[in-house]
Design a binder for this molecule. Structure first.
Ligand code: MEV
Length: 437
C-alpha cells in the first residue's frame, strides 16, 4: 500500500471512497463491487448454517491512516456503532510516527483439551502420557498430514490436574463441585494460517482412545480451548504528548487523563470490562469484515484478561518522557484458510484491501485496530466526553441524508450541534436556510 494516509477521505462521496480504495488496493471492478454488495450467495448461506431464510447486511467502512510495523495498511471494518471507524482512523493518525504501531506475534499455537475422569493414579497416568508423548504427537500429526506439510502440526503435550473446587463461602450444597479430581491433557498444535479449531478438535478426538489406555481413565470432552494464550499478539504505539492537545486542554492534560483512565481499568473490573469493550470495538470490526469466528476471539480476550484470577484491562497507557505509550496484549486466534474466508466474495475483497495474505497479517491488523480504538475512546473520555463525537457523527449522517454536498456538510453539522437539534427534519431545514442565503 503506497499510503493509508487519506486526507479528507470521510468527506468524499461513497462512490469516490470506493474508487480511491479500489485504486490503492488494485481491486478489479467485481472485487470492488463485492464490497458494495456485501452479500454472499444465498445458496452458499444455505449450505453454511441451518434453517436459512436470508442474510443480514451491516455497514462496511474503511479505516485509514494506519501504519503497522512500518507498513501502511487500510483496514476494513464492519460494525453498526458510530464513531468506531472515525475514532480508529484518528488514533491511527496520532500513532503514525516512527513506524506506527509495532506488533509482534507468538507462533500460531492452539490448545486442544482432553478431559480424563476416574483416573486411578493421577501421578502415574501423567507420567505415562509424558512417556508416550513422541508416539502421541506422531499419531496426532498423522491425522492432519496437510498441516504438517505446510509447516504446522502437534508440537507438545502437557498434563494438568484439576482438583475439586472448595465449597463457596455461602456453603450452598446444591452448587458444590460433585466430582473427584480429573486430569486434562493439553495438546499444543501449530495451526499455521488456520484459526485451528477443526485441526485441533480432530487431533483431540483421535488421541482420546490412546489417552484412555495410558491413564486407565475415561475421556469425556475433546475440544479446543478458546483461551489461546500460546497465540498472543502484542501491539504497542506511541503519540507525542503535544499532539493530544485539543478541546481547550493541553496535550499533557489529555495524556494524563488517558493514564488515569488506564489505571482505573487496571484496578477495577467494572471499568476494565468497558475499557476492553472499546478495544474489542476495533478488533471485532476487523474480524467481522474478514469472516472470522469473533466469538472465539472475544472469549479468549476476556479469559486472558482474567488470567490473574481477577479481570483486568488488556492494555495499559503510560507517559514515557514526552510520549504517551500504549501496550496491548491478547490472544488472537484468526485464520485465512478454511471457514468462510475463501468463499465469501466480500471477505476476499476485504482481505485484498488490507493486504492480508496470511493469518499473521490479519492478527496484526486486528490488534492494531484494537489498540487504536482504545486510544480513541480514552482520548475522547479524558477530553470532551464520548457523546459530543457521537453527536457530530450522527449530525453528519443526518446532513448527508438531507442531501448536503461535501461543501455544505460541515456547515450543517455545526448548525445542528449549535442548535442541539438532531433530527432529519432539523437537518433539512438548516440545509434549506443555508441554500437560501
Ligand atoms: C463504547 O462502545 C466504547 C467505550 O465505552 C470504551 C471505553 O469506555 O473505553 C467508549
Amino acid at each position: 500500500m503506497e499510503t493509508s494516509r487519506l486526507k479528507g477521505f470521510h468527506k468524499l462521496s461513497r462512490e469516490e471512497r470506493l474508487d480511491r480504495v479500489a485504486l490503492l488496493a488494485d481491486l478489479g471492478r467485481d472485487e470492488a463491487q463485492s464490497l458494495v454488495l456485501g452479500g454472499m450467495d444465498l445458496d452458499l448461506a444455505d449450505q453454511m448454517i441451518e434453517n436459512v431464510v436470508g442474510r443480514l447486511g451491516l455497514p462496511l467502512g474503511v479505516g485509514v491512516n494506519l501504519t503497522v510495523n512500518g507498513r501502511d495498511r487500510l483496514v476494513v471494518m464492519v460494525i453498526e456503532e458510530p464513531s468506531v471507524v472515525a475514532g480508529m482512523s484518528h488514533a491511527a493518525k496520532l500513532m503514525r510516527g516512527e513506524g506506527g504501531i509495532r506488533v509482534d506475534l507468538d507462533p500460531p499455537i492452539m490448545i486442544a483439551q482432553i478431559q480424563v475422569l476416574d483416573v486411578p493414579d493421577a501421578e502415574k497416568a501423567a507420567a505415562a502420557v509424558q512417556a508416550a508423548k513422541a508416539e502421541l504427537l506422531a499419531h496426532a500429526n498423522g491425522l492432519d498430514p496437510l498441516l504438517v506439510r505446510v509447516g504446522g502440526g502437534a508440537l507438545d503435550m502437557e498434563v494438568r490436574h484439576l482438583v475439586p473446587l472448595e465449597t463457596g463461602a455461602d456453603g450452598d450444597d446444591a452448587l458444590a463441585d460433585p466430582l473427584g479430581p480429573m486430569l486434562v491433557v493439553h495438546l499444543l498444535v501449530d495451526v499455521r494460517d488456520a484459526m485451528g479449531a477443526n485441526a485441533v478438535n480432530t487431533m483431540a478426538e483421535g488421541l482420546a482412545p490412546s489417552i484412555e489406555k495410558l491413564t486407565g481413565g475415561r475421556v469425556r470432552l475433546r475440544i479446543l480451548s478458546n483461551l489461546a494464550d500460546r497465540r498472543l499478539v502484542r501491539a504497542s504505539g506511541s503519540v507525542p504528548v503535544d499532539d493530544l492537545e485539543g478541546h481547550g486542554m493541553t496535550g499533557r492534560d489529555v495524556a494524563e487523563g488517558i493514564v488515569e483512565a488506564s489505571v482505573f481499568a487496571e484496578r477495577d473490573p467494572y471499568r476494565a470490562a468497558t475499557h476492553n469493550k472499546g478495544i474489542m470495538n476495533g478488533v471485532d470490526a476487523v474480524l467481522l469484515a474478514t469472516g472470522q469466528d469473533f466469538r472465539a476471539v472475544e472469549a479468549g480476550a476476556h479469559a486472558y484478561a482474567a488470567r490473574s484470577g481477577r479481570y483486568r484491562a488488556l492494555s495499559r497507557w503510560r507517559i514515557e518522557g514526552d510520549r504517551l505509550v500504549g501496550r496491548l496484549e491478547m490472544p488472537m486466534a484468526v485464520g485465512t484458510v478454511g471457514g468462510v474466508v475463501k468463499v465469501h466474495p466480500t471477505v476476499r475483497a476485504a482481505l485484498r484491501v488490507m493486504e492480508v495474505l496470511k493469518a499473521a497479517d490479519l492478527a496484526e491488523l486486528a490488534a492494531s485496530a484494537g489498540l487504536a480504538q482504545n486510544l480513541a475512546a480514552l482520548r475522547a473520555l479524558a477530553a470532551e466526553g464520548i457523546q459530543s463525537g457521537h453527536m457530530r457523527l450522527h449530525a453528519r449522517n443526518l446532513a448527508v441524508a438531507a442531501g448536503a454536498s461535501a461543501e455544505e456538510v460541515d456547515l450543517v453539522i455545526q448548525e445542528m450541534v449549535n442548535s442541539a437539534s438532531m433530527t432529519a427534519a432539523g437537518a433539512a431545514s438548516i440545509l434549506e436556510r443555508l441554500r437560501a442565503k
